[in-house]
Ligand binder design. Sequence first.
Ligand code: AMP
Length: 191
Amino acid sequence: MKKKLFLIIGAPGSGKTTDAEIIAKKNSDTIIHYSTGDLLREEVASGSELGREIKSYIDNGKLVPLNIVINTIKNAIEKADKPVVIIDGFPRSVEQMKALDEMLKENPQIELVKVIEVEVSEDVARERVLGRARGADDNEEVFNNRMKVYLEPLAEIEKFYEAQNKLVKINGERSIEEIVEDMEKEIKAGI
Ligand code: AMP
């Protein structure tokens, strides 16, 4: 099956998972959504050896190693039974971006259509994450680290996808309804 891939990136607290989830639910006949963070947390919840390794990174706000993340993404795209696949929280590093590029070259049936960046200021992100406090990784120290890890490769990631005319930025400091509307428009325009 030919698959069109949309990636959603954004700081912790940008709302990227919530937005993509809503869009996939509304369009469940054509769109499937995976959150990289959720996929990794599922592995942790399974209690596997791999899950224990993943947990040690998540709990410190660090990036899970490249090979684990790439495997997770590959499996998700393969198991997707819909023609449109949204993945949020990926890529989060230059090496992930390059590994994805290689994967796409080897799999011409997967087309990367757009990379959508949900933009929020650091203050809004902090307020949302610390207010939400979902798990062990939602304290101020871990938040600061996750923010740093998010921002560090961002310029290079933006540049790479801008050069391919695939980068779209949307303002994440609005109501969920407004963000979802914009994001859905961007996705539907590319299907
Ligand atoms: P999230 O739910 O997107 O905020 O992700 C939670 C945590 O999962 C992150 O702080 C990382 O430890 C891990 N994680 C999520 N996505 C990735 C990724 N693309 N690469 C490496 N680690 C990731």
